[in-house]
Ligand binder design. Structure first.
Ligand SMILES: Nc1ncnc2c1ncn2[C@@H]1O[C@H](COP(=O)(O)OP(=O)(O)OP(=O)(O)O)[C@@H](O)[C@H]1O
Ligand SMILES: [Mg+2]
Length: 614
């Protein structure tokens, strides 16, 4: 199973050699603090870069303000009055330009690397937190929304961190320029800044109009993401029902609503931006008019007019950036709120502080008088139906127990409680007499292997899928697991054998093939307790036979719970538990239940007739 090495791309020097290292700092855990305050630890972990950025930024600010002064002196002394030579001024300007280049490059580089660093940290924090969150969180949160938060929200924080300090810096530029101008000529300064309040007020009006539109745009982008996400993930259902038309309409509607918001934003911008851009020109005209008059009168030098012209353009930038800054700040605040919502969600299922490892278990399972309701959030507590009530069952080490019951009776729910996907409301789930809540999750889940009714496969090679629990497994181990799961035969018939990359979620394989790969995957993990949720979907007799042979190998030496629908699967079990309405009604061998329990005959008959109808 040797892979042909792909051509080495030198664009990503760290490819493959940088295992995940959690960020050195997290966000401030106190939810009552402001959003920026909570973000601060991430920024502060890059303190040095930030300080250098501020120092170089301020230095560049002074030089920027100085340039028009040098130009003024050049024009007045070297060109107008001819009292000084031209060359030193030109050299000074060149040196200033060089220094500006170096300083700006430095602080921009530092600001942007800081911002991207914080972005990466936030993303790492969110993703690693998402891996810790419990099933109940995923039950209630649409994945489209999570994807949107993890992408655009984190991006908008980064944009603020990169451009925010630049905007602050340019505000300082404004203040310094104002001082310098005022020290030269108060009257001309007033003329120069006369239009700035207008720039500000138009900016305020523009923001008042644009803010809400941007909220709406953001929300509608998430809506579109959700529709797209569901349609791509659910494309097989959509096509099966030939529902492409109505789904396209749904997407078109979401897209139209997004377009409306985007167009309305652009419309508002188109009205206001030209005014904001034109106003400083008015200032320039004012300076030429009033300053020109002063020059003609002999009260002002030409160099001063040129310098003031530069300042007017310079100070209009912060006025515009200020608008952007306020807008981006609000945006980032909202984004942070959404990001913190994820980070502040505590996982329901965590290790107790005094949890112990489950070591070499015998595999005795017991559910004691379990009551369980799914922790769905919508509708509050009343809306949570009781799924299991007084459920009791014990399975001896090495025993194979089949669970049989009508659809919706709670069978799959039981197996979700064993590895603590959810915790019971009342009662206890025990393995070897230990309450599962007293054990560490990692050790518990290591010893309980679950084959789900609709196994999820990753779009990697078959080898990697089988070796999922133990990537270091040798090729021989992978192959022997596949052989035991009766999967080796069909794998070898695939174009690249074990290296065949299967389509997303394994959709390029048949249901039976997927299930056998999932069995091989669990077999390689070699758990002491095995739980298998048998799919109801009809599989042809030969494949079923092969899966059963695979199961027989799997059952040896393990405690097994089989959720069974067919007689042939039930026949693999030592005992059968009949489940109805969230409780065990009877436990016994298949033959005992068949004679004793009319409901058992009924359930089996309904499955057989359904299979027959397929
Ligand atoms: N994640 C969930 N959140 C809320 N309710 C759920 C969830 N999963 C299942 N339920 C509810 O719990 C009940 C039992 O479901 P469960 O999946 O255990 O049934 P089942 O016996 O496995 O059925 P089947 O034979 O069809 O697989 C059902 O009423 C179902 O609606
Ligand atoms: Mg089920």
């Amino acid at each position: 199973m040797s892979t042909v090495a792909p051509p080495v791309v030198r664009l990503e020097p760290e490819r493959g050699v940088s295992p995940f290292a959690p960020p050195s700092a997290g966000i401030d855990p106190d939810p009552d603090r402001g959003w920026l305050r909570r973000l601060w630890p991430l920024v502060a972990s890059r303190r040095l870069a930030l300080i250098v950025a501020v120092v170089t930024g301020l230095s560049s600010l002074f030089i920027t303000i100085g340039v028009p002064l040098v130009v003024r002196a050049t024009i007045d002394r070297a060109l107008d009055q001819r009292t000084a030579p031209l060359a030193p001024y030109v050299v000074t300007l060149l040196v200033m330009a060089g220094a500006l280049f170096a300083l700006r490059a430095t602080y921009r580089y530092l600001l942007f690397t800081t911002a991207y660093g914080v972005e990466t940290d936030l993303r790492d924090l969110v993703y690693s937190h998402l891996t810790r969150l419990s099933f109940s969180f995923y039950d209630r949160t649409p994945s489209g929304e999570l994807i949107s938060r993890a992408n655009s929200d984190i991006r908008s924080v980064q944009v603020l961190l990169a451009f925010g300090p630049l905007a602050v810096l340019s505000t300082f530029t404004f203040l310094f320029a104002l001082v310098v101008m005022a020290s030269i000529d108060i009257g001309l300064t007033i003329v120069a800044v006369a239009t700035m309040p207008l720039v500000y007020f138009v900016g305020v009006r523009m923001r008042e109009r644009i803010f809400p539109l941007m909220w709406i745009t953001q929300a509608r982008m998430a809506d579109v993401a959700t529709v797209v996400d569901e349609n791509i993930n659910g494309t097989r259902v959509v096509k099966a029902f030939a529902a492409e038309g109505s789904q396209i309409n749904k997407l078109a509607e979401a897209a139209q609503r997004l377009r409306w918001a985007a167009v309305a934003t652009v419309d508002a911008r188109a009205r206001f931006s030209p005014i904001i851009e034109a106003l400083p020109r008015l200032g320039v005209a004012g300076i030429l008019l009033y300053g020109g008059w002063l020059v003609i009168e002999g009260d002002l030098t030409i160099g001063t007019i040129v310098a003031f012209n530069s300042y007017v353009i310079m100070i209009s930038v912060p006025f515009r950036l200020l608008g952007f800054l306020l807008m981006q700040t609000q945006r980032a605040a909202a984004s942070c709120a959404r990001i913190y919502e994820i980070l502040d969600t505590a996982p329901d299922i965590v290790d107790r502080p005094d949890a112990t490892d489950l070591v070499d278990p015998e595999g005795a399972l017991e559910l004691r008088d379990v009551t369980f309701r799914y922790p769905a959030s919508v509708g509050g507590d009343d809306a949570r139906p009781t799924v299991l009530r007084g459920f009791s069952l014990s399975v001896a080490p090495g025993e194979t127990m089949a669970i049989v019951g009508r659809t919706g009776s709670g069978k799959s729910t039981i197996i979700r409680l064993l590895p603590r996907f959810y915790d019971v409301d009342e009662g206890q789930v025990c393995i070897d007499g230990h309450d599962v809540r007293d054990l560490t999750l990692t050790s518990l889940r290591h010893h309980i292997g679950v084959v789900f009714d609709d196994p999820f496969l990753f779009s990697t090679s078959i080898r990697d899928n089988i070796a999922f629990a133990r990537p270091s497994a040798s090729d021989a181990e992978v192959e022997s697991a596949a052989r035991a799961a009766q999967a080796h035969g069909f794998i070898m018939e695939l174009s690249h054998g074990y290296d065949t990359v299967i389509g997303e979620r394994g959709y390029t394989l048949s249901g039976g093939q997927r299930q056998r790969i999932a069995i091989a995957r669990t077999l390689l993990a070699n758990p002491r307790v095995l739980v298998l949720d048998d799919a109801t979907s009809a599989i042809d007799a030969q494949v079923e036979e092969e899966i059963h042979r695979a199961l027989e190998t799997l059952l040896v030496d393990r405690t097994t719970i089989l959720i069974a629908h067919r007689l042939s699967t039930i026949s693999l079990a030592d005992r059968v538990a009949l489940v109805e309405d969230g409780a065990v009604i009877a436990v016994g061998t298949h033959d005992e239940l068949l004679t004793r329990e009319p409901l058992y005959r009924e359930v089996l008959a309904s499955v057989e007739s359904r299979d027959g109808a397929d």
